[in-house]
Design a binder for this molecule. Structure first.
Ligand code: TYD
Length: 139
């Protein structure tokens, strides 16, 4: 999506249930996320100081959740940057297609859970920032 903006990306409060036994948060297709979930993956054991991401997707929608610990996500639409702190397992960051993202400042033990709208397709990635800018602003 060439026209997407960082303002199309939002923090979403998940359906969360608290009890004496602890907490539970739910994500359902079409409710908390505006897409059908076709893939789930998670990153963990991320060394201190390491950055992840540094790419954009052409078609993929994602919801990122700090299932444990915390990290920051910087979104970039080629014109505007917004940085989000993910540090609660009861909320998720919706990232629409056409947004460059960098994840960093991972705490010890952080788990980045990703719910994605498509199965893995390396052709959907833009991994070069200049190419991303060309994609967003080019003819
Ligand atoms: P990568 O996209 O570089 O991770 P990050 O964006 O978190 O920095 O993915 C790391 C490796 O995992 C890379 O070799 C591609 C592979 N991979 C899959 O095979 N399937 C997947 O669904 C994902 C997300 C990654």
């Amino acid at each position: 999506m060439k026209e997407s903006k960082v303002y199309d990306c939002t923090m979403i409060a998940l359906d969360t249930h608290h009890s004496r036994k602890g907490n539970l948060s739910v994500v359902s297709n079409g409710r908390e996320v505006p897409f059908d979930i076709r893939r789930v993956y998670y990153s963990y054991d991320i060394p201190g100081g390491q950055a992840r991401g540094a790419h954009a997707h052409k078609q993929l929608y994602q919801l990122l959740i700090a299932a444990s610990g915390s990290f920051t996500v910087t979104l970039d639409d080629g014109s505007v940057r917004r940085t989000f702190l993910l540090n609660h397992p009861y909320e998720g960051l919706l990232i629409v297609p056409g947004i460059w993202r960098v994840l960093d400042d991972f705490s010890s033990g952080a788990i980045c859970l990703c719910l994605a709208s498509e199965t893995y397709d390396k052709e959907d990635y833009i991994r070069d920032y200049d190419e991303f800018i060309q994609y967003k602003h080019g003819q």
